[in-house]
Design a protein around this ligand. Structure first.
Ligand code: ZN
Length: 351
């Protein structure tokens, strides 16, 4: 009887031990699975943060290199090479061209524009680190105007798209720097990086370009800009701050007075540009020759021209016209520059 009891006791002890071992084994297995997972999550977060640091560093180095190049190579060639410094506005991206159907800037405002000396509300020093270089550019512009040379800013809206890289190749061939007001089209990361790396100005044109979303409220307007800025910063390492309203600041499709959106821009150190020369490629099917003639006629009537063109896949005649336009401008010794923080804004009259 007492032997039975002892056996029973031993059996219970044995089971207890087995249960303990089981628990230990389960804990060890769980730890083996969980620890590497946790480690992976921590490393992933760290990698992300390092990538961000790397992008910022790369952007800084590129900007420094460009500054150094400007110091050695800007000899007033009239092509604006090397003048686009780190504070140049750089911008956007997008995944399809459907927004283009709603994006057309009407050319009618071309006669209704002023180049404002006083409207540059952007604090130059807040975006410009290299005052010497910007001073050089300003000097170059003043000299050009004094000498009767035309100063021209070529701007392309609604990209990037399938033709952006071709356009960049053409600009490179002629040694011309331009300004790209982009939307949030995805799938063109290489083009966006080339815009920045090759010294053009990347600028903002809202994420969707859909009027309802852009102009629905000041909050949605802000979201359109910030989403695009975040996207472009992720892709290129640059955070653009130069802006163009879809349809221009004089467009009549806004539910709120345009001044409310302008207030937002001013409060957030964003500079907006309209245009005083339209290529007319926003409406109708123009031939390359017509696009060229519209631009050249517009340039003829201004000392300083901000030229509106579109970088949309289906506007092939614009692409055909660009080499002709550049050749004509170079023949007349025009000074072709990218828009920067120091560029005097061209604003449409607001009624
Ligand atoms: Zn547009």
């Amino acid at each position: 009887m007492s032997e039975d009891k002892t056996d029973h006791c031993e059996e219970r002890q044995r089971r207890k031990r087995i249960n303990l071992y089981k628990r230990i084994i389960i804990i060890v297995i769980v730890a083996i699975i969980l620890l590497p997972t946790l480690l992976c999550i921590i490393l992933f977060c760290r990698l992300n943060s390092l990538q961000k640091d790397f992008s910022e560093l790369r952007a800084y180095i590129e900007a420094s290199e460009r500054t150094a190049q400007a110091g050695t190579s800007s000899k007033g060639t009239g092509q604006g090479a090397g003048l686009n410094m780190e504070n140049d506005g750089r911008v956007p991206v997008k995944d399809n061209d459907t927004a283009d159907s709603t994006t057309d800037e009407t050319p009618q405002e071309s006669a209704d524009v002023n180049v404002s000396d006083t409207e540059n509300t952007h604090e130059t020093e807040s975006v410009t680190d290299d005052n010497e270089t910007s001073g050089n550019t300003q000097q170059l512009i003043e000299q050009a105007v004094e000498q009767g040379r035309k100063v021209v800013y070529l701007t392309f809206d609604d990209g990037p798209g399938d033709n952006t890289e071709n356009l960049l190749d053409v600009l490179d061939e002629y040694g011309v720097k331009a300004t790209f007001f982009v939307n949030g089209h995805h799938g063109y990361e290489t083009a966006l990086n080339r815009i920045v790396m090759e010294g053009h100005t990347l600028a903002l044109h809202t994420y969707t370009h859909e009027y309802e979303s852009v102009y629905g409220s000041v909050a949605s307007f802000a979201e359109e800009i910030i989403t695009l800025q975040d996207y472009l910063t992720d892709v290129t390492g640059f955070r653009p701050y130069i802006f163009r309203f879809p349809g221009g600041s004089s467009n009549s499709g806004t539910p709120l007075p345009i001044t409310e959106y302008i207030d937002y821009l001013n409060e957030n150190n964003l500079i907006y540009f309209d245009w005083n020369v339209s290529s007319g490629d926003g409406g109708g099917d123009l031939s390359a020759q017509q696009v060229h003639d519209n631009v050249l006629n517009g340039v003829a009537s201004n000392d300083i021209s901000v030229v509106l063109m579109h970088d949309a896949t289906y506007r092939m005649t614009t692409f055909e016209a660009v080499p002709m336009i550049i050749e004509s401008l170079q023949d007349m010794d025009a000074l072709i520059l990218p828009i920067t923080a120091d560029t005097k804004p061209v604003h449409h009259h607001i009624n």
